[in-house]
Design a protein around this ligand. Structure first.
Ligand SMILES: NC(=O)c1ccc[n+]([C@@H]2O[C@H](COP(=O)([O-])OP(=O)(O)OC[C@H]3O[C@@H](n4cnc5c(N)ncnc54)[C@H](O)[C@@H]3O)[C@@H](O)[C@H]2O)c1
Length: 382
C-alpha cells in the first residue's frame, strides 16, 4: 500500500513508519517537529537524544535497506497537506499528528488555544484534502480511551444502541473527556463521523489507551532508532514517569488515592492494531471504532508492578501518594469492552515484570540525564 503517516517523528509515528516500511509498504512520514519544539519550550525534553526524522530515516535505510520518505511541514497548512495527498495518492493515511499532552492543554490560554487549533485543523484539513483528491483513501485516526472518561457503565466499542420510549437507535457512545486535549479528540471523532455519513469517507478511529514500551523489531536494530521517551509531567505517561523515578531513587508519585484505572497496551501491539486496521478497512460511509487496549490497571497496581520489576534488577523502589493535580475520580468503575481487535487477530504482549525491567535497564543507561525536577506536577487542572 501507499501509506502516509502524519506525525511520523512521534512516539508512535516513528516505529509505525519503520514497521510498515519493513513490511514492504510505500511509506511517507510527515511531521513539523512541534512535539520537539513544545518539549524545549516547557523543559520537557526526552531522556534519550534522538536524531531528527530525516536522519533517522537515513539511518534506517542504511541498516535495513528500506526507504521511508520524509516530508517536513505543518499540516495546519492546507496547501501542504493537499499536495501530499495529490502527489502520493495514498491508499491509507494514519493520523497521529496532534498535540497529545493533557497537562500541556491545561497550562494556560496559549497552550489551550494551540491544542484546540492544531488538533482540529489538522483533522479537518486531512478530511478535505482526502475528499478533494483521493476520496476512497482509508483514514486511520488515533483517538483515545480518554474520550469516554470513566462512566459508571461498561464502555462499548464506539457505539451504543439506546432503547428509548419503545424505539431504538444506534449512537456514538457518550463521551465525557477529562482534559481539553481529550476533548479535542472527542471533537475529532464528531468531525469524522459527520464527514463519513455526509460525504462517504472511509474512517477507522482507534480509541487507544496509554502505550508503553520502546522495543520493536526495528527499534531494536540501533538505539538511535528508539522512539521518544519522555518522563516529565507534561509528556511522560505514568508508566515512563514511574520507571524513571524508580531508577532515580525518587518515590513513585501516585496522584491521590491511586485508584484511577486505565487500559494500557504495549508499543508492539499498537503496531499490530495499525496493521489490522489497514488490512480490514472501513467501507465507504463507514466509521469503524475499536477500543485499543489489552489490559487494565489502577495507578496503585502499576506502581506495585514497577516496584516488583525494580526488585528483579536490584533496585529498591518506594511509593508515595501526592496531592492529585488533576480533577478526576480516584476510585471508580471501569470496564471497557475491547474484543474487536482481538477478533481480528491481535495477539497481546502483556505488561510483564520482565518487560518493565527491560525498559528500566534502558533508563539506567541514561541515568545521568535524568532531571528529577521535571517529574513532579507543574500543571494543575484549574
Ligand atoms: N502515546 C500514547 O500513549 C497515546 C495514547 C492514546 C492516543 N494517542 C494518540 O496517538 C497520537 C500520537 O501520539 P504520540 O504519543 O505518538 O504523540 P507524539 O507527540 O510523540 O507524536 C505526534 C507527532 O505529531 C506531530 N505533529 C503535531 N502537530 C502537527 C502538525 N500540525 N503538523 C505536522 N506534525 C504535527 C508532532 O511533532 C509529533 O511528532 C496522538 O494523536 C495521540 O492523541 C497516543
Amino acid at each position: 500500500m501507499k501509506i502516509l503517516i502524519l506525525g511520523g517523528d512521534g512516539y508512535l509515528g516513528w516505529p509505525t513508519s519503520m514497521d510498515l516500511a519493513a513490511k514492504g509498504h510505500d511509506v511517507v512520514s510527515v511531521d513539523n517537529y512541534s512535539r520537539r519544539t513544545i518539549a524545549m519550550q516547557t523543559s520537557s525534553e526526552a531522556l534519550i537524544n534522538m536524531p531528527n526524522l530525516e536522519e533517522r530515516a537515513k539511518l534506517f535505510k542504511d541498516l535495513s535497506g528500506k526507504e521511508i520518505k520524509v516530508s517536513i511541514g505543518d499540516l495546519r497548512d492546507f496547501s501542504f497537506i493537499e499536495n501530499l495527498i495529490k502527489d502520493n495518492a495514498p491508499d491509507a493515511v494514519i493520523h497521529y499528528a496532534e498535540q497529545p499532552s493533557a497537562p500541556y492543554s491545561l497550562r494556560g490560554y496559549e497552550e489551550a488555544h494551540f491544542t484546540l487549533k492544531n488538533n482540529l485543523e489538522v483533522t479537518h484539513n486531512l478530511i478535505w484534502a482526502v475528499l478533494k483528491n483521493k476520496p476512497d483513501c482509508h483514514i486511520v485516526k488515533l483517538g483515545t480511551m480518554g474520550e469516554y472518561g470513566c462512566p459508571n457503565i461498561d464502555i462499548e466499542e464506539g457505539w451504543i444502541e439506546i432503547d428509548h420510549k419503545g424505539r431504538k437507535d444506534k449512537f456514538l457512545f457518550p463521551r465525557a473527556a477529562g482534559s481539553l486535549y481529550h476533548t479535542t479528540k472527542v471533537l475529532d471523532t464528531d468531525l469524522l463521523w459527520f464527514y463519513v455519513r455526509t460525504y462517504n469517507l472511509r474512517v477507522t478511529d482507534l480509541m487507544q489507551g496509554p502505550v508503553y514500551g520502546l522495543s520493536t523489531k526495528e527499534t531494536d536494530l540501533d538505539e538511535r532508532l528508539l522512539p521518544n521517551f519522555h518522563y516529565d509531567d507534561i509528556f511522560g505517561t505514568v508508566v515512563n514517569r514511574f520507571l524513571v523515578q524508580a531508577v532515580a531513587g525518587v518515590p513513585l508519585t501516585v496522584y491521590g488515592k491511586g485508584g484511577q484505572v486505565r487500559g494500557y497496551l504495549n508499543l508492539k501491539d499498537t503496531l499490530q492494531c495499525i496493521d489490522l486496521a489497514l488490512n480490514n478497512p472501513a467501507e465507504k460511509r463507514e466509521l469503524k471504532i475499536y477500543n485499543q487496549l489489552t489490559e487494565t490497571f489502577s495507578v496503585n497496581e502499576l506502581a506495585d508492578k514497577v516496584k516488583q520489576a525494580g526488585e528483579k534488577i536490584g533496585i529498591n523502589v518506594k511509593i508515595k501518594s501526592i496531592p492529585n493535580p488533576r480533577k478526576e475520580p480516584e476510585e471508580h468503575y471501569y470496564n471497557p469492552i475491547h474484543t474487536g481487535l482481538q477478533k481480528l487477530g491481535l495477539d497481546p504482549h502483556y505488561m510483564t515484570l520482565e518487560r518493565l525491567a527491560e525498559m528500566m535497564k534502558v533508563v539506567v543507561k541514561h541515568k545521568d540525564r535524568i532531571d528529577s525536577s521535571k517529574i513532579f506536577p507543574r500543571v494543575k487542572w484549574s
